[in-house]
Design a protein around this ligand. Structure first.
Ligand code: SIN
Length: 504
């Protein structure tokens, strides 16, 4: 079978390797270079290495609890059941996870995990180590990689995906395939502050929406509490707080305890909203104080953060760092079953592009690299199997006649879109703010000329995903997980998560 994999993070490369090892002919298509995207930026680790008293069932319980009841338990079971095999595979492919003094794998603990079960590599360079190992494996296997090639659209013929349209060096081309695996990551570039790289413009999700695939849970955007402000913002791993760093307001007070008894290690959405509220109250950023950890420990445990913060003029061993929340991870995406299969035969989605049901309304820290590896391998294993009958999929809310463009539409530019979503579709949401954002985004989508270059295609994708995200947020009038409504409708029931395609 000819398999086209779009994206070169942990999910895309794992899918490509497994498909190749199963005897398929694989082509990897990636917008940037091999080894780009989100994966190499991941500081946090891979959950799923279990010590005494811990195990898959406890990990599943923590995942479901973080997901605020909206996880698909069967998908979570698949995650924790296959996790150990995928971690063993990463080790076998050469990922040097950090070791304890006795030579065993060192396991860290992060917020909302009941046990220490997080593996790291190079301290805070886990994603970079994984990316390097997988890229080397791709090269050893001589899997062709088309770099600098942007996904434009899916080619669907007689209800089945038959390939993709791409843009490369200004020219469009078709790449035929019997199966297409979307692994293009999320859409962090929708927001004014994001830990995602510039490539994260929702290309796969937008293409899937245009092709008519079911997409769900886009309202669940995880904001990481601590990023160093700047251009671009820079992630300050939750593990820094896990090691004892604290958050302080301008009086030096540990203000997060006002919101949650777990303080700095409260769920991510609580910490992020508390930081945003405090920063607005005091009219200045709050600070992450890691000075008690000492210069040597900081440099040893967090070499990447140490290097980048010093390059930006901070000495975090002596003075607290200013922080801002930043869009970090999209829990929703293209609806899949437990084998990456979407509602369009021949189309698979894996990694952040997919909505597997693992994350529910809020992702447990360090579950994303694991999810990428687990479901990519499962998708590759399903390539030869039959396609399931479409289940009961709740489609994204679609445009209605009552939507109208505003009278005075601000001029479109990407920064304006990012500010709009940050303000109205961010940590705090209201019905009126979401409606305003929807009117503006729809107006921009109508007025924006046909894409002429890669950036214009990205803008079209961002507008498409923005509209779907706003509609999803409007359709959920209550707060749950990462989706926080300042104007909840108290009597309204929380809409259940869209049931996924059920397969054997
Ligand atoms: C972090 O290191 O704080 C990010 C880890 C994650 O998002 O899973």
């Amino acid at each position: 079978m000819n398999v086209v994999v779009v994206g070169s993070g942990i999910a895309g490369l794992t899918a490509a390797l497994h498909a190749h090892e199963a005897g398929h002919t694989v082509t990897v298509v990636t917008k940037g270079g091999l080894g780009g995207g989100c994966t190499p930026l991941a500081q946090g680790g891979v959950a799923g290495s279990y010590g005494p008293g811990d195990g898959p069932a406890t990990h599943a319980a923590d995942t479901i609890s973080a997901g605020a009841g909206l996880c698909d338990p069967a998908a979570v079971d698949a995650l924790v059941a296959d996790g150990a095999a995928r971690i063993a595979e990463l080790l076998a492919r050469g990922v040097a996870f950090d070791r304890a003094p006795d030579g065993s794998l060192a396991r860290g603990r992060e917020a909302a995990h009941a046990h220490a079960r997080i593996l790291h590599a190079g301290g805070d360079a886990t994603g970079a180590a994984i990316s390097a190992a997988l890229c080397a494996a791709i090269q050893r296997a001589s899997i062709p990689v088309r770099e600098g090639t942007m996904l434009l659209d899916l080619v669907v013929e007689e209800g089945r995906v038959r390939g993709i349209m791409v843009l490369r060096d200004g020219d469009t081309a078709e790449i035929r395939g019997d199966a297409v695996i979307l692994a293009t990551g999320g859409a962090g570039q929708l927001y004014a502050h994001t830990t995602n790289p510039p490539e994260a413009t929702g290309d796969g999700i937008a293409a899937a929406l245009r092709a008519g695939a079911a997409v769900a849970d886009l309202e669940f955007v995880q904001f990481h509490p601590t990023a160093l402000p700047g251009s671009p913002v820079f992630l300050l791993s939750e593990a820094v707080r896990g090691e004892g760093a604290v958050l302080r307001d301008q009086e030096g007070r540990r203000f997060v305890f006002d919101s949650h008894p777990d303080g700095e290690l409260a769920p991510r959405d609580v910490v992020a909203r508390t930081i945003a509220r405090q920063a607005a109250r005091q009219g200045a950023p709050v600070h992450l104080d890691a000075t008690a950890l000492g210069a040597d420990a900081l440099a040893r445990r967090f070499p990447t953060i140490d290097r980048v913060t010093r390059a930006r003029g901070f000495d975090w061993s002596r003075a607290p760092l200013p922080v801002t929340p930043a869009a970090h991870y999209l829990m929703g995406g293209v609806v899949t079953d437990r084998h990456g299969r979407t509602t369009i035969p021949g189309l698979y989605a894996v990694g952040e592009t997919a909505r597997t049901g693992v994350h529910g309304a809020n992702r447990l820290a360090s579950n994303s690299l694991l999810e990428g590896a687990v479901f990519a391998a499962r998708a590759a294993a399903a390539l030869d199997g039959p396609w399931p009958a479409a289940g009961d999929i709740t489609p994204c809310p679609s445009p209605t006649d009552t939507d109208s463009a505003p009278e005075a539409l601000p001029r479109f530019d990407r920064a304006g879109l990012q500010r709009l979503l940050w303000d109205e579709v961010g940590l705090h949401r209201t019905g009126s703010g979401l409606q305003r954002a929807l009117r503006i985004v729809r107006g921009w989508a109508v007025e924006t000329p046909s894409p002429s270059d890669a950036r214009a295609h990205e803008d079209r994708n961002l507008l498409r995903v923005a509209e779907a995200t706003i509609r999803a947020a409007l359709a959920r009038p209550v707060s749950v997980g990462a989706h926080h409504r300042d104007d909840p409708a108290p009597a309204a029931p929380t809409p259940a998560h869209a049931p996924i395609l059920e397969t054997a």
